[in-house]
Design a protein around this ligand. Structure first.
Ligand SMILES: CC(C)(COP(=O)(O)OP(=O)(O)OC[C@H]1O[C@@H](n2cnc3c(N)ncnc32)[C@H](O)[C@@H]1OP(=O)(O)O)[C@@H](O)C(=O)NCCC(=O)NCCS
Length: 215
């Protein structure tokens, strides 16, 4: 494959829910999960709910290969400052121990989001999860997906985009797209009750960042 131009990117719909969920549960392992050695059972306690929620907004995207199989996903959610909504959409009670550790860390990163973004921003598009199958990576698919549906987001009232990047690849991607870091936490500073580092990240990044860009 020489580039992403020959692959089809479409808005994700409820019809794609099963295929996206299976793709992610079987293949998506962000570094936080890798550090904890999570299994399909662990990620199955939150990924399906994330997919379901993201498909309620008309901003999530999928990329299909020549056979029509989904090989990349960008899950997007829309958040309003004045909504009393949960930042995440999974059921905390259902999480496994490892999944709960990830959820707790992400809640720490994103829980004060509205204090991190400019005070005139009341509606945000959030890149909740981006995944490209390994054999299709580094062909510009993630960059292409993040440039799509921006006009649609503006029409929905979104004034900016936010995303949390846990790994070096997505951090480089977001910084190259003009996102600014509004919060960062070093993995060596996130400790368990015994003072031990919880996420021993091996991908070259020493921190997790929350980023923001105006739309
Ligand atoms: C992160 C990810 C989505 C990038 O997808 P991709 O389609 O390969 O990315 P692109 O080809 O569009 O690359 C865009 C930019 O990302 C950065 N990047 C992507 N892969 C990288 C790598 N292996 N090393 C360093 N930077 C990388 C670069 O800045 C790149 O721009 P460049 O090619 O001009 O240097 C993909 O690697 C992935 O799905 N990883 C596993 C899931 C994950 O960790 N997702 C992010 C957390 S939600």
């Amino acid at each position: 494959m020489s580039g992403s131009d020959d692959l089809k990117c479409d808005m994700a719909t409820a019809d794609d829910e099963k295929e996206i969920t299976e793709l992610l549960v079987n293949n998506f392992r962000a570094p936080l999960g890798v550090a904890l050695n999570v299994t399909n059972d662990d990620v199955a306690t939150f990924l399906p709910d994330m997919v379901k929620t993201a498909l309620t907004s008309p901003l999530s995207m999928v990329t299909r290969n020549e056979e029509g199989k989904i090989i990349a996903v960008q899950l997007v959610t829309v958040h309003n400052r004045h909504d009393e909504q949960e930042e995440h959409n999974w059921n905390d009670e259902a999480l496994t121990e490892k999944a709960a550790k990830i959820a707790k860390f992400l809640a720490h990163m994103e829980g004060d989001l509205w204090k991190l973004v400019p005070s005139d921003v009341n509606c945000l598009m959030r890149f909740a999860l981006t995944f490209v199958m390994p054999e299709y990576q580094r062909h510009g698919i993630a960059r292409r997906l993040s440039s799509m549906r921006l006009d649609a987001a503006k029409q929905l009232g979104c004034q900016g985009i936010t995303t949390t990047s846990v790994n070096i690849k997505s951090q480089k991607l977001r910084l190259s797209e003009g996102f600014e870091v509004v919060k960062e936490v070093k993995y060596n500073d996130w400790l368990d009750e015994n003072g031990k580092v919880i996420f021993d990240i091996k991908d070259g990044s020493d921190r997790c960042i929350v980023t923001f860009r105006r739309l």
